[in-house]
Every structure is written in structure tokens, then in C-alpha cells.
Design a protein around this ligand. Structure first.
Ligand code: ZN
Ligand code: ZN
Length: 373
């Protein structure tokens, strides 16, 4: 085991705030594995492997990061804390416990919070090592990351402009005769041309009756005249996400489509207007739902109104009934109501908004009127 006191240790406001939240929650050890949480706290953006990487935070103590010996150089440059390494034959969990000053039969932490994306294998090994109560760190990390700083907002805005531009370009494509997959590939190309990384989850291109399935798996269906097509896609810029949905129509739409589209458009606007500092997150969901309920389509709005977005594409604040988390300036989330008529079509309109003290400001400004393709 090698424990290096790093001279590069910087004062980190994010770590300081994590310490404050830990004290409030009575957590004496927070363990974070590779994830957006780790990247947010340390800048370290490594993927997970079977060799554990674990950031260990204790209130008022220097941060420690456990990494395999062969990755020590990379961790030392960015972690801003003490690097603890283990060799191929060490027990990494015992190495960690000892580096933190814990021992079997001696001092033990009482409450350990575990980051939500930690592999079950790591958690089981930690449970065998520490005699403590294990809790989820999701509430703490969610609160920590929900309000974005100016540097984060800039990256989110940049990613938002890229998806807007891709919408602006894709609607000039001939849709009829192409498959959903071909349109998805074209969208990804438009994003990559702007220097963006494509999001691993999309694009969702849902055509005709497929548009009635909110998370349709893009496939080989050929798009035809008369189809509705939902385009839901994102990209990543320096780790920060974009996410947008527009619904286009191939050829002239009928009255039912126009009616449904107008309701979704009004609901989306109502949601954006309801977002104010201090109101519970569920207020925004209720605002979109009221418009759709009043139109008689309530039973066809089958998902929550939105989700927070930052280093993860889904994070706090979740815009859903029951979430009483007060909205605060700096929070960034989607407003994406939809109506899905099984066997027929669906309509969804999604923008990301950033909350300011004056209300919600849209990070997406691509045309929101029906586009005929
Ligand atoms: Zn989306
Ligand atoms: Zn979304």
C-alpha cells in the first residue's frame, strides 16, 4: 500500500459542501465509485472495472481515493486528495479501511453512504469489511449536484445549442422512405459535425404508431407519408448533457394531430411558466398535467413531466408528482409533456430549462411549432 500526501491538494468548494451535507445527514464515510458523482467531486472521469476505484470522504478530513496501483499516476493528477493504492494481490477493501484509520475490532465508521451507481460486488465486499450501517448516498449527491454553477451552465447551454442546430437541419431532410435508424444516424452525424459526443441512449426516432411508445427503441420501420415522428435525442459536451424532443409530421397533418399538438404545446408552456424559485418540483408537473387533463387527454400522458440534467441525463430534480424538493436558481431540468394514443400516434415536446431568480430560461430554442417534413 502506498499513501501519498498530494501537494496538489486544492481547496474544493464541492468537497466542502459534500462535507457539510454529510454532517447534516450524520454520515461519517461517503464512498463514491466511478460515475458522474465522482467526476463532479474530483474531475476524475474513469469508467468502472473489476478493480475498485473509490473516493472516500470523511467530514473535516482530507479526501482519499483508492485506486489500483497501475492507475495511480492518473489519479494523482486530478483527485485533489490522498491517493491510496493497492497491488494485484492486496485486498483493496482492507487497504482502504486501514488507510482511513479503521480496523476490525477497533474504530469503525457508524454510517457509510454509498454512491448509487456502485457495483453490487463492491458493496458486498465493503459490507464484509466495515461493521457499519450502509445507506444510499443518492439523496445527498442529488442535492449536491442539483443546482449548477456558472461553468456548468455554460457547458449545458453549449450542448443545448448543438441539439437545437441539429433539429434545425434534420427537418430539411426527406423523411418519407427512410427508416427510423437512418434518421437517427443522420442526427448523430449532425451532432458529431459540431464536435459533440453522441448520447449513448438515443436518438429515439419513433414513427407512425411507434410514436405512441414514449421510449420507443429506434428500429427499421420505414417512415411513410402521414406519419408522426417523435425525435428525442441528446449529446454530451465535456461530460454535460443535452436532451431535446420535437415532433414532426410527414405531409399535412389531420385535425386530431393538430389538436393534440396544440394541447402538448400549451402544456409545455404552462410547465415552463410554473417553474419558479421556491416552489416544489411537483408544481411544474401539475401545471403541464392540468392542461392535458382539461383537454380530455389526461389518461394518455403516461410519464412524469421531466428530470434534472447535468453530468447525467437523468438526475435531480425529478419533475414528478410527490417530489416536494423546492426548486432553486441554478437547477436545470426538462419540461417534456406528451400525449400517446395507442395504435395511432404520439406527440412530445421537450426543452431543457435553467431556473434563474426571474423564472425558467430555456436552453433549447428550436422551433416549437409543427414542422412538416
Ligand atoms: Zn429527451
Ligand atoms: Zn428528457
Amino acid at each position: 500500500m502506498v499513501a501519498t500526501g498530494s501537494e496538489t491538494t486544492k481547496k474544493s468548494p464541492r468537497l466542502d459542501r459534500a462535507h457539510t451535507l454529510m454532517k447534516e445527514a450524520g454520515i461519517d464515510l461517503l464512498l463514491v465509485s466511478p460515475s458522474a458523482d465522482l467526476r463532479y467531486l474530483t474531475g476524475y472521469a474513469r469508467g468502472t472495472s473489476e478493480r475498485p476505484t473509490l473516493l472516500a470522504l470523511q467530514p473535516d478530513r482530507e479526501a482519499a481515493i483508492l485506486v489500483p496501483e497501475l492507475e495511480a499516476a492518473g489519479a494523482a493528477q486530478i483527485a485533489g486528495g490522498r491517493v491510496v493504492t493497492f497491488s494485484e494481490t492486496d485486498n483493496p477493501y482492507a487497504v482502504l479501511a486501514s488507510a482511513l484509520g479503521f480496523s476490525a475490532g477497533g474504530v469503525q465508521p457508524s454510517r457509510i453512504a454509498i454512491s448509487p451507481q456502485m457495483w453490487a460486488e463492491f458493496l458486498l465486499r465493503l459490507q464484509a469489511t466495515f461493521d457499519a450501517t450502509f445507506v444510499s448516498a443518492a439523496p445527498l449527491l442529488g442535492r449536491l449536484r442539483a443546482a449548477k454553477g456558472p461553468d456548468e451552465l455554460e457547458l449545458l447551454e453549449r450542448a443545448g445549442r448543438a441539439v437545437d442546430a441539429a433539429v434545425g437541419q434534420i427537418v430539411h431532410t426527406q423523411f418519407a422512405g427512410k427508416t427510423e435508424r437512418q434518421i437517427a444516424d443522420e442526427i448523430n452525424r449532425l451532432l458529431q459535425d459540431q464536435g459533440m459526443e453522441v448520447a449513448p441512449w438515443g436518438p429515439i426516432v419513433a414513427s407512425g404508431p411507434n410514436a405512441a411508445s414514449p421510449h420507443h427503441l429506434t428500429g427499421d420501420r420505414e417512415i411513410r407519408e402521414g406519419d408522426t415522428v417523435i425525435l428525442d435525442f441528446g449529446c454530451t459536451h465535456e461530460g454535460y448533457q443535452a436532451d431535446i424532443t420535437r415532433t414532426v409530421h410527414v405531409g399535412e397533418p389531420n385535425d386530431e394531430f393538430k389538436r393534440v399538438y396544440r394541447v402538448v404545446q400549451e402544456a409545455q408552456q404552462a410547465g415552463v411558466e410554473a417553474a419558479r424559485e421556491g416552489v416544489p418540483a411537483q408544481t411544474v408537473d401539475r401545471a403541464t398535467r392540468r392542461v392535458i387533463d382539461d383537454s380530455g387527454y389526461g389518461e394518455f400522458f403516461v410519464h412524469r413531466t421531466g428530470h434534472g440534467l447535468g453530468l447525467d441525463v437523468h438526475e435531480e430534480p425529478y419533475i414528478v408528482d410527490g417530489n416536494e424538493l423546492p426548486l432553486q436558481a441554478g437547477m436545470v431540468f426538462s419540461v417534456e409533456p406528451g400525449i400517446y394514443l395507442p395504435g395511432k400516434f404520439g406527440v412530445r415536446i421537450e426543452d431543457i430549462v435553467a431556473l434563474t431568480e426571474h423564472g425558467a430560461s430555456r436552453l433549447n430554442n428550436a422551433r416549437r411549432e409543427v414542422v412538416i417534413v
